[in-house]
Design a protein around this ligand. Sequence first.
Ligand code: SAH
Length: 360
Amino acid sequence: MDKGIRKRVDIKSLTLPELEAELASMGEKTFRAKQMYEWMHVKLARGFGEMTNLSKDLRKECGQRFTYTALQAVRVQESKIDGTKKFLFELSDGNLVESVWMQYKHGNSVCISSQVGCRMNCSFCASGIAGLVRNLTPGEMLDQIYAITLLTGERVSNVVVMGTGEPLDNYDNLLTFIRILTDGDGLHISQRNVTVSTCGLVPQMRRLAREKLQITLALSLHAATDEKRQDLMPIAKRYSIRELMEACSYYFEETGRRITLEYSLVRGVNDSEQDAQLLCRLARPLHCHVNLIPVNPVKEHGFARPDGAGIRAFQNILEKNKINGSIRREMGRDIDGACGQLRHRHISDQHHRNAHECSF
Ligand code: SAH
């Protein structure tokens, strides 16, 4: 490749020191970087054109030198039950990602995607059906939050990385995303209000522990024995529950942050009394929080959730064993609330209609 041609950098994916270095190489003063960073990450500008305290020449040069991530909403669904909103965004290369906005008493929460598709292929999840397409850049992860803030007109206080994708399979971009999101010069979301959910990539969990962030790590456990977990999640063939529990303890030791264990309840698969007892045995020494998620049926997979009595019976066993836990309040069940469902349905609708049609 011609040495003179370099790939254009996504300016929204740069940390402040990186942006300062870029602008310095263009002969600009350091404070210009701070101004641009504020336009992008505090004022949530949608392009260089909005940066009115910068000269037209500088804006033009930046437009030639950098790409500017600004996601376009192609579909928005609002739940009639609880006001949850689900957004389908188009990326600059035409790929689609989905994000969810939820209102809670303690503030607004956004659930973002970390990859286009996913390669983990968990048996109940819609995200892995078509495999992994590509990783999201830090800018694309940030802009899901920024675009939603602008579209709803409301501040976001909590961010959960629980949408499509395996965040620890996109480790470096995830870390840059967290650093910019929680930066005092950016949107400044508290690290304690950020949750990253993983299917259990042990080496990355340990690496994340050593970063000593104050974020919450959630582990998608879903089964209390290796055999059962292997039936639900292919990644369980790589890492045993024992290795996972050791990595969880290590995370707690290094960061002082309690782990969350996620457990999707699937009728007749992992919802028996014995399953609950085994789960208690794993959870107790970790002093963790257990989040029970009645499985969201995905047409292609054919799993069902236990009925109300079954869910309560499972929860009672956890309570009796003094395990700190909750049943995930279901948000947006009427609008394809579960991971990957909206994108998956949108793509298959398009496929069936054999046309590119977007409703907004
Ligand atoms: N890859 C990450 C984050 C994405 S999914 C992870 O595995 O944790 C967020 C959570 O929702 C995970 O616990 C995932 O297993 C769960 N999930 C996915 N599809 C679901 C469904 N149809 N019903 C219930 N939970 C589901």
